[in-house]
Design a protein. Structure first.
Length: 262
């Protein structure tokens, strides 16, 4: 791998495991100086250590993305450790399976707070710092194919991810004058702990025959013949963060093995 991100300071939220960790590892291999944010500080620190053991440079910081003060401290820690900020990957998110008529106000608020409000706060706080630096930058949001079409047992999750696509487009227009690009990645069915939880919830709600059958059924929609792994999302993120991706903004790109087409 070329080190096209050598010395670039990049923050990745929700990066203690899963997609976020895979992206953080890939960015570090490309030379980036990575700050891992996770709601669990020990998980963040452990992921940073794994990157360090592999020859990369990373720190882990506890941060809840729905708390603006914690997000500010996360970005401040990145700048203190690694200098001027180059970009942020807003990956932190949650999912919940519920039939449409069972979604409560509390379910809606919790999902929207983490997946939508959290992205907005992180975008705002990162953009403020990038604008102040005056050298442009990169913002990458983690959306979903559920931000491109609705899935009934995931209605409130879909709404939250549709909002991420909207924030991505609006952010691109808001920050383009400052040479800050804003793009989103839309994964499909990825073999992570989150998707294992989703599949288990399908089973618990009587919507699937086994704890794994929902995952298998959704994954079967990928025309490339397999479910995704976290590493499948790393390359597009590295592109968005690189010079090669410097003229791409406002885009929400499906990386799903051919499940959904725009």
């Amino acid at each position: 791998m070329t080190r096209e991100l050598e010395g670039k300071s990049i923050v990745v939220t929700g990066a203690g495991r899963g997609i976020g960790e895979a992206i953080a590892k890939d960015l570090a291999k490309a030379g980036a100086l990575v700050t891992i944010g996770d709601v669990d500080g020990a998980t963040a620190a452990a992921a940073a250590k794994r990157i360090g053991d592999d020859g990369g440079k990373a720190i882990g910081v506890a941060a809840n993305v729905v708390d603006r003060a914690q997000v500010a401290k996360l970005l401040d820690a990145a700048q203190a450790a690694f200098g001027p900020l180059h970009g942020i990957v807003n990956n932190a998110g949650i999912a919940q399976i519920l039939p449409f008529l069972e979604i409560t106000e509390d379910d809606w608020r919790r999902t929207m707070e983490v997946n939508s409000l959290g992205v907005m706060i992180c975008m705002q706080e990162a953009a403020k710092r990038l604008i102040a630096q005056g050298k442009g930058g990169r913002i990458v949001n983690m959306a979903s194919i559920a931000g491109k079409q609705g899935y009934e047992p995931l209605a409130h999750y879909c709404a939250s991810k549709f909002s991420v696509v909207g924030f991505t487009q609006a952010g691109a227009k808001a920050f383009g004058q400052h040479k800050i690009t804003v793009n989103a990645i839309c994964p499909g069915v990825v073999g992570t702990e989150m998707w294992r939880t989703i599949a288990q919830q399908f089973f618990d709600k009587g919507l699937a025959e086994t704890p794994t059958s929902a995952f298998d059924a959704f994954a079967a929609g990928a025309v490339l013949g397999r479910s995704s792994v976290p590493e499948d999302l790393a390359g597009i993120c590295r592109y968005f963060m690189s010079e090669a991706g410097g003229f791409t903004t406002g885009q929400s790109v499906n990386v799903d093995g051919g499940m959904v087409y725009d």
